[in-house]
Design a protein around this ligand. Sequence first.
Ligand code: NAD
Ligand code: IPM
Ligand code: MN
Length: 348
Amino acid sequence: MTSHRIALIPGDGIGTDVSDAAMQVLHAAAATAGFSLETETFPWSCAYYLETGAMMPEDGIETLRGFDAIYLGAVGWPDTVPDSVSLHGLLLPIRKAFDQYANIRPHRLLPGVEGPLKSESFDILCIRENTEGEYSGAGGRVHQGRDNEVALETSVFTRKGVERILRFGFEQARARRGHLTSVTKSNAQKYSMVFWDEMTRALAGEYPDVTVSHMHIDAMAARMVMAPETLDVVVASNLFGDILTDLGAAIQGGLGFAASANICPDRAAPSMFEPVHGSAPDIAGQNIANPIAAIWSGAMMLHHLGESAAAEAVENALSATTAQGIGARPGSHSTQQITDAVIAALQG
Ligand code: NAD
Ligand code: IPM
Ligand code: MN
């Protein structure tokens, strides 16, 4: 029987609730489809930091490297550990170390879920650059605490980094409805974003079957609310993609619905799967977090592992569940009730 080795990092807050829900569903899907998931759990989190002084052990990245995929709940508990420590100690180094440069985030309404918009027929695939740009970590502070203090946060856009994410976007567009929207702010940012636009134009000639639109991030935010059905594949930098995908989550019914895959496309290292949302300290430990985003991210992991039939079965089970009104509206069902309904739909 095929077995896939999964590193499971539940993390903090609702990360533990929703990753547990996702694992229940994924194991059920694997049993039905005839393969197994061999999971090893790593307790790396803010609690782990408070005990050990680090978010993960020094050889954490090397430990993860041997797995077929990584599944992460969510990281962050800002009341006790600053986000600048927790996220830079775990989530962000994993994305970077494993060159998971393509962050794929689908936004569409599941059946029975009422989004906040008039338009219900959108199906957007956001491709977020995931290893450089505004998240490069370059910069510093001088004259700290003084009147003349200056803080610099330098965005780094390399030719290699921009070209590969744009190509990834073009390929995704080619496999879908053939439209790519490239998001920049090249009217205000005159180096990185102008470079990004130039690269998009240069590559467009190689993908004559893909139509390309250039949009500024501000206009794009409005477009996602006013006319999301006009969008197909959207490609954006790290920070712009981060912001647009919480907006995407909102139009698909809330953060509890938005899935995410951090892909290392050449498969030289493991990819990581996690919901778009964070650890939600305001609802943690109450069995009320919506596990759908986490389960959907798990389906993306199965797809990546080559288990496409099982991935589709999980996606269909999610649709069947929300179509019955279970998990479709905030607060109507507990985390475990939604999970049980997905498993029942999967097995039924
Ligand atoms: P958040 O996504 O955790 O929460 C924002 C709001 O959405 C909250 O009101 C929350 O209750 C709600 N929400 C989120 N997920 C939900 C779900 N599954 N079901 C129902 N409601 C849900 O964002 P935040 O409050 O800005 O961040 C909290 C912590 O998580 C911070 O430490 C932040 O840095 C971290 N964070 C981590 C990740 C990650 O690990 N991938 C992602 C985003 C934020
Ligand atoms: C996300 C999160 C992270 C990001 C944070 C927690 C660093 O918001 O995955 O969307 O900005 O990438
Ligand atoms: Mn985010």
